[in-house]
Design a protein around this ligand. Sequence first.
Ligand code: UDP
Length: 369
Amino acid sequence: MKFEIVVVGAGLAGATAARVLAEAGKKALVIEQHRHIAGHCHDYKDENGITIHTYGPHIFHTNNKKVWDFVNRFCDFHYYQHKVLSYVEGRLIPFPINRDTICEVFGVNIATYEVEEFLEKEVKKSKFNNPPKNFRDVVVSQVGERLYELFFKNYTIKQWERDPEELSPEVAKRIPIRTNRDDRYFSDKYQGIPKAGYTKMVENILNHPNIAVLTGVDYFEVRELFKPELTVYTGELDRFFDYAYGKLEYRSLRLELKTYDQEYYQPVAVVNYPNDYDWTRITEYKHFLNEKSDKTTVCFEYPLASGEPYYIVMTQDNMEKREKYMEQVRKLEESGEYLFVGRLAEYKYYNMDQVIEASIEKVQRWLKE
Ligand code: UDP
């Protein structure tokens, strides 16, 4: 098969791009450096029949109908609404902050219509930059210093090894603040977990006669062998340019799996630990698909400065470097020979649905030009 397209990476960004191109009649070779497809949403079933997310918890949620329709072509979703509790002062308390969180923390009994006024008083007592300049400002300006210190400050320091004042406001905007009793982590219209797993979903996306996949191959070692019409790159942005403007920071995780001889470990899929222990959160995987077993497998997440790149780090320094790289990206994309898509290649704190959306849009635009 002669390939017109080389796609670097078989995660969501690469698989989606390959699929859209394949359906437009282009032959695509996907080159993946890991020995498996599906990137960081890779999952597998363990010996107890529990689906484990290899790189930590992944919950699919979107408000984008086009993205939802796209993924539903490749898998059936199990209805699942993600709930998180936060371990604070020895208690498991609903998170993100809602009316129940406030009632538990402050020992008050207030109605939904009273929450806004309660929070306003908390905010009034607090010091922050207005308009907000950083992570801390965004949170404190909404809920005040006490709730910030209990739920956000130390989690953020653990996760990013940074003072929250060094982090972009955007990171805080991922977490809603609610005045009602809605205790879901995400309020998106469409939410769920692929019944047969994310790996199967990505396998189905890639399953097209115009797509071939090579795993365990580093693109940078074989790139000279190809002269494609288009390269879709989904790897680390700085590596592509040989670190010309310096290294961008990516944060990693050490994920420790433990299996217990008991039916459940915790009441919900994820419990956050802002202030205690070295881990940030514990995920109990069987909750996602409501899997039944006498045993349960849980995952402790320990943030790491280096290793497999999971997260971009939204500090001013990194974002300025990103701009320089993106300037080069824009030039390459204008040439029509390259597209850069995904969390690593665009150095963006994307969720899964945003990766798929960006991939579909970039490729469709390229096809039109
Ligand atoms: N965060 C926090 N306390 C929490 C959960 C999150 O302070 O209990 C902050 C923290 O800085 C985290 C960010 O919000 O990195 C984004 O959280 P999210 O749950 O979206 O992180 P992800 O699932 O991407 O690891």
